[in-house]
Every structure is written in C-alpha cells, then in structure tokens.
Design a protein around this ligand. Structure first.
Ligand SMILES: *[C@@H]1O[C@H](CO)[C@@H](O)[C@H](O)[C@H]1NC(C)=O
Ligand SMILES: *[C@@H]1O[C@H](CO)[C@@H](O)[C@H](O)[C@H]1NC(C)=O
Ligand SMILES: *[C@@H]1O[C@H](CO)[C@@H](O)[C@H](O)[C@H]1NC(C)=O
Ligand SMILES: *[C@@H]1O[C@H](CO)[C@@H](O)[C@H](O)[C@H]1NC(C)=O
Ligand SMILES: *[C@@H]1O[C@H](CO)[C@@H](O)[C@H](O)[C@H]1NC(C)=O
Length: 180
C-alpha cells in the first residue's frame, strides 16, 4: 500500500465522518418521523419518547444540525430550571414554617443549576464543548438534591433534559460513557 493511498484513505474517512455528523444526513427522516440526528441522540437516553417529544417542542428541531440541537437541548433544560427557580421564589414568599428551610436549600440548588447552564451558553457561543457534560450533570444533581429535601419539586424532567444535553454535547467530545 503506498503512502499516498493511505493518505487518501484518511481524507475520505475524514470527510465522510464529517458529513455524517454535520451535513444533510442530520435531517434525513427516519421511520419515527424524527431526523436521524434526533433518533440517534434519543436512543442514547433513558427515555426515547420523552426525548423526542421534548426536542420537537422547539420549531428548529426538524432542520437542526448537532450544534443547533445543543442550543435547543441546553435551552430546554435552562427554561425548566429557570421556571422551577421562579416557582421556588414565589413559594418562599408564603411559606413561614419548616418547609421554608427546604425551599431555601432548593433555591440554592437551583441557583447553582442556573449558573451551570448559563456557563454552558457561554461555552456554546465560543464553540467550547468539553465542559458541557459537566454543566448538564451539575444542573441535574442540583435538581435531585432539591427533590431530596422537598418532594413536591421532582427532578425527573430536569434530569431527563440534562441527559439529552450530555448526549448532544458528547457528539462534539471524545465519547464518554458517563450519563446522568
Ligand atoms: C422508533 O421508535 C421506536 C419506539 O417508539 C424505537 O424502538 C425505535 O428504536 C425508533 N427508531 C427507529 C429508527 O425505528
Ligand atoms: C412528520 O413531521 C412533519 C414535520 O416535521 C409533519 O408535518 C408531519 O405531520 C409528520 N407526520 C407524522 C405522520 O407524524
Ligand atoms: C418516559 O417519558 C414519558 C413522557 O414523555 C412518560 O410518560 C413515561 O413514564 C416515561 N417512561 C419512563 C420509563 O420513565
Ligand atoms: C427566568 O425567569 C424570570 C422570572 O423569574 C424571568 O423574568 C426571566 O426572563 C427568565 N430568564 C430567561 C432567560 O428566560
Ligand atoms: C407548612 O405550611 C404548609 C402550607 O404553607 C403546610 O402544607 C405544611 O403542612 C406546614 N408544615 C409544618 C411543619 O407546619
């Protein structure tokens, strides 16, 4: 095998893998009427139907490449965290008894989750991907910590959304086995 042949081989591998990740194939529709990209991402999460439903609440999803899908998934997680944080602030205005301590803990948790997800947008804007899974996992753990102290604020939606974030972020990273 000549060196130039090997070189050409790697060039082909490079462009075909690049094509697979970023180009038209992303929008190829599967039998499930989801794009190949969404189908591939959601198959790596614990709840396929939750994942598809959540991603398709965003009108950009049918045409999204992996980078747009990263914005979409972190955006969904962020909005849910921010809404829950607002709810906690409202609840804290009324609760005067023992519930208050739990809610204060939750507010601290959700402040941390908000901060982590805000960092993820800065990283996405600068196309820096390696910390994204950590930010998503931090948000997820914060929501779980709140639930452990205050059951009426379950973490399942946020942990499921953060899991989508981890899978999408790892499209850009060396694959890791770590899931939420
Ligand atoms: C389609 O959805 C089903 C369940 O809803 C799932 O088992 C399957 O892996 C999905 N993907 C494809 C390409 O059929
Ligand atoms: C498939 O998706 C397209 C747009 O994404 C939608 O217009 C169409 O109704 C969907 N079809 C089914 C069978 O869900
Ligand atoms: C998956 O998510 C759906 C909501 O989309 C929910 O109804 C269902 O219980 C979830 N399944 C599991 C196994 O958590
Ligand atoms: C977060 O929630 C607050 C309400 O507490 C709202 O005013 C703000 O616009 C939300 N932030 C984003 C970025 O959606
Ligand atoms: C605290 O108040 C809430 C209603 O605001 C009530 O549901 C709860 O039982 C109270 N807890 C204690 C320990 O008094």
């Amino acid at each position: 095998m000549s060196t130039s042949f090997i070189f050409a081989f790697f060039i082909i591998i490079f462009f075909s893998s690049n094509h697979l990740s970023y180009a038209d194939d992303d929008q190829t529709v599967t039998k499930n009427n989801t794009t190949q990209l969404v189908d591939g991402v959601c198959k790596k999460t614990k709840n396929y139907s939750f994942c598809v439903k959540a991603l398709y609440t965003d009108p950009r999803t049918p045409d999204a490449d992996a980078y747009t899908l990263a914005y979409i998934s972190f955006g969904l997680a962020y909005n849910t965290v921010n809404d829950t944080r607002s709810l906690i602030i409202d609840l804290l205005k009324n609760k005067k008894n023992a519930t208050r301590d739990a809610l204060k803990r939750c507010l601290k948790d959700y402040n941390e989750a908000t901060e982590a997800l805000e960092k993820s947008f800065n990283d996405l804007n600068s196309e820096t991907f390696f910390n994204l899974p950590d930010y998503a996992n931090t948000a997820s753990r914060s929501a779980q910590d709140c639930e452990a102290h205050y059951k009426p604020l379950p973490s399942i939606t946020i942990t499921s959304l953060c899991q989508i974030c981890v899978v999408v972020a790892n499209i850009f990273n060396i694959p890791r086995s770590s899931l939420v």
